[in-house]
Design a protein around this ligand. Structure first.
Ligand code: PHE
Length: 423
């Protein structure tokens, strides 16, 4: 693990906050995005059900076989994400990044001499709806490739459908290792949780010098469970002790029973590898119980809503993310400036990986030189040193990105960049 050095610290939380308070341009305000809030259920277009890849079909997933050859006049990319529901900021941030990348590519002539369009499906932050959304994108819209999802549980519900259909899927931000293990058509533009967990554990034992810690995990969430296990393993390996390991389920609002148990063990830090709504509520209830411990989390913490919901209680929360708007990299600077001009706010980590996921997809289509999805898959698999705004991206043999991680914290109601870490 390598620390990339401490950079200057200036908050940009105001801008993130402003995004939710003042609102930013509608995410689908551009001409190239087609949005459909009601993902129609489709029964599938292939009768054989012959899943050549052997990819697991979840029982709840709608049935689908191989996709029809691509026949669009333009290049139609499918995107599915949480535009509504418990994690609506994830879908919106990501889609803003996707549309910025697509509009820039179109301004530069599109790809394969064609204009790029995006068909967006809202999955309401629900795994079952994610499966329905990609089925619709593939069966009805016959999209060339798919971008999504952010949440690992939703990517895990949809990936087997993309895999069985032979439609490349690029997840911008799902970090659970199992996502790309679904099959060779499934890629991600981000790092994975064993890496993220190691760094979060390191923040606890090295940066905060904690000898003992508690964990509070969301047992209904693949990301939370996987990341909690990694943190626990690494923190223990560093010589620390996990004195309490408590759980809840997404949507819970009262965490006081678990927090009271945790409080009685007197940990020095509390790891909460969960999504922003729950992290914000947990922080509020911790502080009201007189627990002032630092909270440590992963990429799921970051959202303009965290500070809005959590208020001063989320101060002293540190987390890993995919991008820092304070990066000095020229490409990242250009992205931040362009985004600010376009949306009036500074981009967050998800916007950056959304932007990169779309650019990786377009780059693979270009290198494939064809709308043959097998060729596009092959081009994606050989992505090397791609200049992403979230770092240089090489997709490894497991179709995961290898790149640095940003560490941020909340201080005085603002997001503050802490440092960049490398594995
Ligand atoms: N990594 C999270 C998951 O796999 C999703 C996430 C990424 C959420 C980035 C917020 C920001 O579920």
């Amino acid at each position: 693990m390598r620390e990339m050095g401490l950079w200057w610290r200036t908050g940009f939380g105001c801008s993130l906050l402003a995004m939710s308070v003042a609102g930013c341009k509608a995410p689908d305000a551009t001409s190239n995005s087609v949005s459909s809030g009601t993902a129609a259920t489709s029964t599938g277009n292939a009768s054989s059900g012959n899943d050549a890849t052997g990819a697991a079909q979840t029982t709840s997933a709608p049935k689908i076989g191989a996709a029809r050859p691509y026949e669009g006049k333009d290049i139609l990319l499918g995107e599915y994400g949480s535009m509504t529901g418990t994690t609506a900021t994830y879908g919106k941030s990501t889609h803003n990044g996707v549309m910025m990348a697509v509009d820039e590519a179109n301004a530069a002539g599109g790809v394969l001499g064609k204009k790029i369009r995006v068909q967006l499906e809202d999955d309401g932050s629900k795994p079952e709806q994610a499966a329905t959304a990609v089925t619709k994108l593939i069966n009805s819209d016959n999209v060339l490739t798919v971008i999504g999802e952010v949440a690992s549980s939703r990517s895990l519900a949809a990936a087997p459908i993309c895999q069985a259909a032979g439609v490349p899927m690029m997840s911008p931000a799902s970090t659970n290792p199992k996502v790309t293990q679904v099959g060779d058509y499934i890629f991600r533009a981000c790092y994975i949780d064993p890496v993220q967990g190691r760094i979060i554990a390191h923040l606890g034992s090295q940066d905060l010098k904690a000898k003992n810690a508690a964990i509070l995990r969301d047992i209904k969430n693949a990301y939370s469970v996987g990341l909690a296990d990694e943190i626990s393993k690494e923190f223990t390996k560093n010589g620390g002790q996990i004195v309490a390991d408590q759980s809840f389920q997404e949507g819970d609002k009262d965490f006081r029973a678990q927090l009271t148990t945790i409080k009685s063990k007197n940990p020095q830090v509390v790891f909460v590898p969960a999504y922003y709504n729950e992290v914000a509520l947990i922080a509020r209830q911790m502080r009201s119980l007189g627990m002032q411990q630092p909270i440590l989390g992963g990429d799921g913490v970051e959202s303009p809503k965290l500070i809005e919901i959590g208020g001063p209680a989320v101060n002293n929360t540190m987390f890993t993310t995919h991008f820092s708007s304070e990066s000095t990299d020229p490409l990242a600077r250009k992205f931040v400036q362009g985004y600010k001009q376009r949306y009036g706010v500074i981009p967050d980590g998800l916007t950056a990986v959304g932007y990169d996921a779309a650019r990786l997809t377009i780059d693979a289509i270009k290198r494939a030189g064809s709308t043959d999805r097998a060729k596009i898959r092959q081009a994606m698999a050989t992505t090397k040193n791609f200049p992403g705004v979230s770092g240089k991206i090489t997709l490894n043999a497991d179709r995961n990105a290898v790149k640095p991680m940003a560490v941020m914290k909340v201080e005085n109601g603002k997001y503050v960049f802490v440092k960049t870490m490398n594995e």
